[in-house]
Design a protein around this ligand. Structure first.
Ligand code: FAD
Length: 576
């Protein structure tokens, strides 16, 4: 006989007094175990509260807008089964195929581990192709590093920093705003609201595609099932035909730096707890320079120490030189070829010993370590299913993003290569399509990179330096923005568009842009490379005037010797 029991809000992690956004049941409804009862929303995440029992709803205790925490009564149910934690295993999957011996609750066509840009792109694409998909994420919020502690929050803060600095610069053009006041709380709220809007959107898109979301940490139990420690404290066993590993990466921690709240990685820096007077950035790559830009715009004096002989290693040196000229005001010291020897907390400072030409001890209010990222593989139990990592710990895959175990794919930061969101998303689509049986493989020739600093630097394809070391017959052309009407009118005449062409067939092989909106413009060069365009294709494409994008067409014209926006070339071969 059915017994009437109360359904209460289970353990929902750190969330307390979260608002009820949607009630998904009503009195008299017959519901299944695990069916969603209501949706709640905190400032960090939207969650659905499932029913532990199947049965008939006798009464609903909540209304929209009520606040709930663990233990709040949701409804009364005349239950017809035992709670899901004691629930009978639904299926003993694939005994006939002998694929695995473990008991699993449900078998999915595709299980995706990690809900970053790689993972959610794979999950959504697979669902669009008709697969039954589960997306497992250890945090209560979707979006991974990119949406929560990477691309999006950093770009929100860089946007604000750029406006502040542009407003200061505009004084030279006759508009004076006076000194800016900084409201850190409002700035944090803007950043958090930006993140929330996007992560909420992901939740809705998952729901619309019927992608099941499980909040929990997954590890392999066999090549066909995952063991998931859920956020609710349960252990679930999830069966799959195919799996995509999209567990991303974490910041590398330098062992010589103390464990202290003033020693942060990019995640800590993006929390924007305070604006330090003096900040040391360890690592002069994209992330380090973006953070330096944000904090410097907010008023911090910044030093950088970089182990390699140049900032943004591997990027066109002319582009980096322009960046350094425009950013010289931000930095007291930049150590190139330098290293942090040790550091200690002394009263309210972190005192760091830096080895450059000499040993120097310097006190800082905040130290940011941005020296690279390492793949999240360790806790997955990949060795138990026979997966291999390379010498740096990245999973190895083929062009279909398939690991050595044919039904397991891996994508994004966890497989290395440029650790960028757009690369992860692209790989996610390839893996999903291959898992669905399509003949997909990764055939992108290039992955563009952007430093969203001020000015932006964007680059793609072959660099002059790489062409030289590969002994390729290339010719590069540089269109200086000092000859672009739009750049002059926007105070960006220092910028540059450089294109690298195959000297024999005139096809474009690479490009680098420095200046405002470089990141938005690089897409044209990417498309040109992918389509095998030559200099005539690009130069004869009518670009709108006056725009910064015109400089791409003009650079291509320059290569063909038909550019009329620079001085003519004299008989000597020199530009007059
Ligand atoms: P991630 O985004 O790292 O997502 C992996 C997810 O897997 C995480 O949510 C993690 O919690 C989850 N997970 C891990 N292990 C498990 C497990 N065992 N079980 C369940 N879940 C698990 N890239 C750009 O292209 N442009 C930028 O402007 C840019 N800016 C950046 C700024 C910063 C400060 C940082 C740190 C990175 C930036 N990146 C940028 C890089 C970009 O964020 C990453 O390349 C991208 O997020 C990688 O996507 P992914 O899907 O591989 O992994």
């Amino acid at each position: 006989m059915a017994e009437t029991v109360e359904i209460r809000v289970p353990n929902i992690g750190d969330f307390k007094d979260v608002s009820v956004m949607e009630i998904l049941i009503k009195e008299g409804d017959e519901i299944a175990a695990d069916q969603a009862l209501l949706a709640v929303e905190s400032d960090k995440a939207t969650m659905e509260i499932p029913s532990p029992w199947a049965g008939r709803i006798e009464s609903v205790a909540l209304k929209i807008g009520d606040k709930v925490s663990e233990g709040t009564v949701v409804a009364k149910i005349a239950r017809s089964n035992s709670p899901s934690s004691e629930r009978k295993i639904l299926a003993k999957v694939s005994q006939s195929t002998g694929r695995h011996e473990a008991d699993v609750e449900t078998e999915f066509d595709l299980a995706v581990i990690g809900a970053g840009p790689g993972g959610y792109s794979a999950a959504f694409r697979a669902a669009d192709l008709g697969l039954k998909v589960v997306l497992i994420e250890r945090y209560n919020v979707l979006g991974g590093v990119c949406l929560n502690v990477g691309c999006i929050p950093s770009k929100a803060l860089l946007h604000v920093a750029a406006i502040k600095e542009e407003a200061e610069r505009i004084a030279e053009n006759g508009i004076l705003f006076g000194d800016a006041a900084i409201d850190l709380q409002a700035l944090r709220s803007f950043k958090d609201a930006t993140i929330k809007r996007l992560t909420d959107g992901l939740g809705q898109m998952a729901k619309a595609r019927k992608v099941e979301i499980i909040s929990g940490t997954a590890k392999f139990g066999s090549p066909h099932h995952l063991i998931v420690a859920t956020a609710k404290g349960e252990t679930r066993s999830i069966g799959f035909k195919k799996c995509v590993i999209a567990t991303g990466s974490s910041a590398v921690r330098l062992p010589m730096l103390p464990l202290d709240s003033r020693v942060v990685d990019s995640t800590g820096a993006l929390q924007l707890q305070s604006v330090p007077n003096r900040m040391l950035v360890v690592g002069g790559g994209i992330i380090g320079l973006e953070m330096a830009t944000i904090y410097s715009a907010l008023g911090a004096r910044v030093d950088i120490v970089e182990r390699l002989p140049e900032l943004l290693a591997g990027v066109d040196p002319e582009a980096v030189a322009i960046w350094r000229r425009k950013n010289a005001h931000r930095f007291d010291r930049i150590w190139l070829g330098g290293s942090v020897e040790n550091a200690a907390v002394e009263s309210d400072k972190v005192v760091v010993t830096i080895k450059g030409e000499t040993l120097e001890k310097r006190p800082y209010d905040v130290v940011l370590q941005s020296v690279g990222r390492t793949p999240n593989v360790e806790t997955l139990g990949v060795e138990s299913v026979g997966l291999q990592c390379d010498a740096h710990g990245f999973l190895t895959v083929d062009k279909q993003m398939r690991t050595q175990v044919p039904n397991i794919f891996a994508i994004g930061d966890v497989v290395g290569g440029p650790m960028l969101a757009h690369k992860a998303m692209h790989e996610g689509h390839v893996a999903a399509e291959a898992a669905a049986g399509l003949k997909a493989h990764l055939d992108a020739k290039i992955v563009p990179c952007v430093a969203y600093t001020d000015p932006e630097i964007a680059w793609v394809g072959l660099s002059e330096r790489e062409a030289l070391s590969a002994q390729r017959n290339v010719r590069s052309v540089k269109f200086p923005w000092s000859a672009s009407g739009r750049a002059i009118a926007s105070g960006a005449s220092y910028g540059m568009t450089k294109l690298i062409f195959d000297a024999d067939n005139h096809r474009i092989l690479g490009g680098v842009i420095v200046g405002p909106h470089a990141g938005d413009m690089i897409g044209e060069i990417c498309l040109a490379i992918e389509m095998g365009a030559d200099a005539v294709d690009i130069g004869r494409t009518i670009h709108p005037h006056p725009t910064l994008a015109e400089t791409i067409g003009m650079a291509a014209e320059l290569f063909e010797g038909v550019c009329t926006d620079l001085m003519p070339v004299a008989k000597s071969g020199k530009r007059t």
